[in-house]
Design a protein around this ligand. Structure first.
Ligand SMILES: NC(=O)c1ccc[n+]([C@@H]2O[C@H](COP(=O)([O-])OP(=O)(O)OC[C@H]3O[C@@H](n4cnc5c(N)ncnc54)[C@H](O)[C@@H]3O)[C@@H](O)[C@H]2O)c1
Length: 358
């Protein structure tokens, strides 16, 4: 069987993790890449020991010259949508980096292109492959919490301010609320079955960013939101890249029969940012009328790392004609909240979430 021919759009930092993951998969050959910085993709392949992969200075040039089956879109947030739409329209499967986009409008454009193309579009949330995150979902889906009514996505970094393209309004579009906030949203929403968001009331701040970078800093470094979800569920969201606090709290799932408290794994290192495996799962429930706490034993993640697992899941879906491992029908809700946070912060009031049916 001939190998799956893969290209990489945007050969910056995270493209290395995609390349290294594809490298481990027998059925895949990375044959091309492109970056809008002239010469960057050529240099990327040379430096990483891929002399036969061709580099180009635009996605158009790449597709004109090389036949591909699939791409990884590894550009900064603001160009995710244009790159995914372009490649879907050209009949390629797409593994898109997170967050899905900056605005809901950009996500809707991708959903339309996905539907028209019949190709796979999936978003790369590698924490989904953490066995203990999966266990949290299993516990909640088993009904052990009873009727679920409140979810808190906590965490946030005490000091974890990025630089480069992450702090530019033009390139990143959004700051911590989407960069690491999208993971916190995905963990919470996926665990409870991705209910539809209805309204968002939110604030966003940039005190630390402005102090460190001045006007170059065009996004948020702290954000909080109160989100009403379908089914009478409230989602309380907080995220930061920098603050004078170790964490804004654990993940909390409250139900009528029990609650779950999930601790961040790397409090000392990142001050509670959550973008990987989880640290502790504690079930709070009554036993014979007495409030009781049960620590759920954690499992070890076996096999490849989470990032490689996400790339492998994409390749498996493409080769074997499976459904997208992380479907856009879910992530459109994640993006609708990120979009709602930006709109609500700007408007200074609660906003409705309206999602066009595709
Ligand atoms: N999943 C993860 O663990 C993880 C980790 C880091 C970053 N990311 C995500 O990956 C994306 C990229 O992050 P990064 O750290 O690699 O950023 P980066 O700035 O290092 O790299 C992005 C590259 O994309 C290029 N680019 C932008 N628009 C382009 C276009 N239209 N066509 C071709 N190239 C284009 C830029 O020139 C740049 O070289 C971001 O969306 C980020 O959120 C994910």
């Amino acid at each position: 069987m001939s190998k799956l021919r893969v290209g990489i759009i945007g050969t910056g930092g995270i493209a290395h993790s995609h390349l290294n993951s594809y490298k481990t998969i027998e059925e895949v050959e990375v044959v091309a890449g492109c970056d809008i910085v002239p010469g960057k993709s050529q240099e990327f392949f040379k430096r990483n020991g891929f002399p036969n992969a061709q580099g180009f200075d635009s996605k158009e040039e790449m597709l004109k010259n090389v036949k591909l089956d699939a791409v990884s879109v590894c550009t900064y947030n603001s160009t995710h949508s244009e790159c995914a739409v372009f490649t879907l329209e050209n009949g390629l499967h797409v593994l898109l980096e997170k967050p899905m986009s900056v605005t809901l409008e950009q996500t809707i454009a991708m959903l339309k292109a996905e539907k028209k193309s019949g190709k796979i579009l999936t978003v790369g949330f590698q924490p989904r492959y953490d066995v203990n995150s999966q266990k949290v979902k299993e516990i909640i889906q088993s009904g052990a919490l009873g009727k679920l009514y409140y979810v808190q996505t906590g965490g946030g970094r005490r000091r974890g301010m990025p630089g480069g393209t992450f702090i530019s309004k033009e390139k990143a579009g959004v700051g911590c609320l989407a960069d690491i906030g999208c993971y916190a949203l995905d963990f919470a929403l996926n665990s409870i079955g991705y209910p539809k968001p209805l309204t968002v009331s939110a604030v966003a701040y940039d005190y630390f960013g402005k102090k460190e970078f001045g006007d170059e800093f065009g996004v948020d470094d702290f954000s909080a939101a109160f989100v009403r979800l379908e089914g009478g569920i409230t989602l309380d969201f907080r995220m930061s890249w920098a603050m004078h606090m170790d964490t804004t709290g654990d993940f909390i799932f409250l139900g009528t029969e029990a609650g779950l408290k999930i601790k961040q794994p790397n409090l000392a290192l990142w001050g509670g940012a959550w973008d990987g495996p989880i640290g502790e799962i504690r079930l709070m429930h009554d036993v014979f009328g007495k409030p009781t706490e049960t620590l759920i034993p954690l499992d070890d993640n076996r096999g490849p790392g989470l990032f490689e697992k996400k790339v492998r899941a994409f390749v498996d879906a493409v080769i074997n004609g499976k459904k997208p491992p992380i479907p856009t029908s879910q992530i459109v809700y994640n993006q609708a909240i990120i979009d709602g946070i930006q709109r609500s912060n700007k408007a200074g009031k609660e906003v409705d979430v309206v999602i066009e049916n595709i």
